[in-house]
Design a protein around this ligand. Structure first.
Ligand code: SF4
Length: 280
């Protein structure tokens, strides 16, 4: 492990309160209606945030069932969204997948071709690498939650543009607040910059945890290289594996106390497989 990776440099806490465009100062950001007409009609298959594989989980306590219901309801709401131009070319909204009570949440940039078709994030080669990395620390996909900053596929897998990020940001913030993970691992440059609120690139901050404030609670942000980028760069894959190996330690840390007020969220942006630029 190189020194840059081994040295987990604490970074000053960042306050990821919603952008002025999505919330008035001092207020919770009003979540936008899913479309211009405020409709909640589903536009296609809804990928709810339930565990997709394995035996049925044990009965959840009452508060956990309520949380699941809220996340499901929210997924259905977002499924009809037409807030930005990306709804025009999508097959469906790719909301997210995994354990709705996960301690570890991964956030990428945006759905790619296969994600758009199947409705799940990280289903291509990058997803397979993510599964392999998870297995390396004793976890499987059903034990974490995986989402993207942008919920609809940009044409040709291009990078999302600022107004698309701004339009979709409240959805991610709300998603994070409902799941309330202990650790958010951002995958790649876009997600890291959006969640940290800083322009520092992933090559400088990967493997360096930082405390951020997301809506009503504090959470540990842990930037990682995007698996799609690591697929093509062996040296980057080695670093990603080393950074990944620290996740169990981070998940074992005491959780920061939540603040009393409960406004709404803060957000990120993610990246996608195949040939997509901006992952570094
Ligand atoms: S990318 Fe986000 S804001 Fe744009 S249409 Fe899809 S869900 Fe709505």
């Amino acid at each position: 492990m190189d020194q840059a990776v081994a040295a987990a440099v604490p970074v000053a806490a960042a306050d990821r309160t919603p952008s002025p465009a999505t919330a008035a100062a001092g207020q919770s950001p009003a979540l936008p209606p899913p479309d211009a007409a405020g409709s909640t009609v589903l536009s296609g298959p809804v990928r709810l945030s339930t565990v997709p594989f394995g035996p049925a989980p044990p009965a959840a306590p009452e508060d956990a069932r309520t949380q699941l219901t809220e996340l499901e309801a929210f997924a259905r709401q977002v499924a009809g969204c037409t807030r930005c131009r990306l709804h025009e070319g999508r097959t469906q909204v790719v909301f997210g997948v995994g354990d709705p009570h996960a301690d570890l949440m991964f956030i990428g940039e945006a759905p790619g071709f296969h994600e758009d078709k199947q409705g799940y994030p990280f289903v291509g080669q990058a997803g397979k690498l993510l599964d392999k990395l998870l297995a390396g620390i004793g976890l499987e996909r059903s034990q974490v939650y995986i989402a993207n900053v942008i919920k609809c596929r940009p044409p040709g897998n291009r990078d999302p543009v600022p107004d698309e990020k701004e339009a979709c940001e409240p959805y991610l913030f709300r998603q994070v607040e409902l799941i309330r993970p202990k650790v958010i691992a951002t995958l790649g440059n876009h997600a890291t910059k959006q969640l940290s609120g800083k322009e520092t690139g992933i090559t400088r901050v990967h493997g360096q945890e930082q405390q951020i404030h997301v809506g009503s609670f504090d959470v540990l942000l842990y930037p990682l290289y995007h698996p799609a980028a690591a697929l093509y760069t062996p040296a980057m894959l080695t670093v990603l594996e080393q950074d990944f190996a620290r996740l169990p330690e981070l998940l074992g840390r005491p959780v920061a106390a939540a603040e009393p007020a409960a406004p709404q969220l803060a957000a990120a942006v993610a990246a996608e497989p195949a040939v997509q630029l901006g992952l570094f």
